[in-house]
Design a protein around this ligand. Structure first.
Ligand SMILES: [Zn+2]
Length: 248
């Protein structure tokens, strides 16, 4: 039986972690959500992600969600806003309000030297956790707090009101958090070979996934291509995953 095409897919733009781009050149963790062939959202814009957008999407999507203010998730934001505004393009930037406050005060401080207000460069959208943010007429996102050193928010995306894809962002292994993410049948999780207080390791995530055999799960945030887990489904830059109907 062919599954119903939900019209939603995602494109992996990078899987790098903190130092990956700086030392190795591979892009930081990011994905784009593609709805009916249109790239409706860029999730994170850390080091190397603009080049990845140019390579795999052809352009930077109009709307960017920033999960948190770490360089591998937000570093290229000020440059992109300034460059696009210079081309008369004002992007839309979405973030949970506490994340947004940090981005405005620290990440985007360099734009103040222009003398122009932030509204010159972008349209800012506050996306509080736990509330549906309508991205398109059919697709909405609900942000969830991850367990990370910096305030960080993943999300559950719903299509026509039904959860279809979750994105964990940077997070330590946290069963309560994962339980919320796994409301959707498709899940993208951060994990690396050696975990710590702010990042899950492969074994912890594998143990959780084993309890959820009906879900499709992809691993990102592991670092370089050669650091991908061998025993789990890792995504790689350029991968385009088409999401079918919800799991039965
Ligand atoms: Zn982080």
């Amino acid at each position: 039986m062919p599954s119903q095409d939900a019209g939603l897919s995602f494109v992996c733009l990078g899987t790098g972690r903190g130092a990956t781009t700086v030392y190795n050149g591979e892009p930081s963790s990011a994905v784009a959500l593609r709805m009916d062939g249109h790239d409706v959202l860029l999730v994170d814009i850390g080091f190397g992600v603009v080049r990845a957008c140019q390579k795999w999407l052809g352009a930077i999507p109009d709307t960017i969600l920033v999960t948190h203010n770490h360089s591998d998730h937000a570093a290229e934001l000020p440059v992109v806003l300034a460059a696009e505004a210079a081309s008369a393009r004002r992007l839309r930037v979405a973030a949970e309000p506490t994340v947004g406050a940090r981005l405005k005060a620290h990440r985007l401080h360099e734009l103040e030297s222009t003398g122009d207000p932030l509204t010159t460069f972008c349209q800012w959208v506050d996306t509080p956790a736990g509330q549906a943010w309508p991205l398109t007429s059919r697709l909405s996102l609900c942000l969830l707090r991850a367990r990370h050193s910096e305030p960080c928010f993943g999300f559950v995306a719903s299509l026509d009101g039904e959860p279809i894809l979750s994105y964990g962002g940077d997070s330590a292994a946290d069963t309560d958090y994962y339980d919320q993410l796994f409301a959707a049948p498709n899940v993208i999780l951060d994990a690396r070979a050696t975990g710590n207080d702010e990042h899950a390791d492969f074994e912890m995530v594998a143990a959780y996934i084993a309890t959820r055999p009906a879900h499709r799960v992809w691993i990102t945030g592991y670092g370089r291509h050669d650091q991908a887990p061998a025993h789990m489904t890792a995504i790689h830059p350029g991968d385009t995953i088409t999401l079918g109907s919800r799991a039965a």
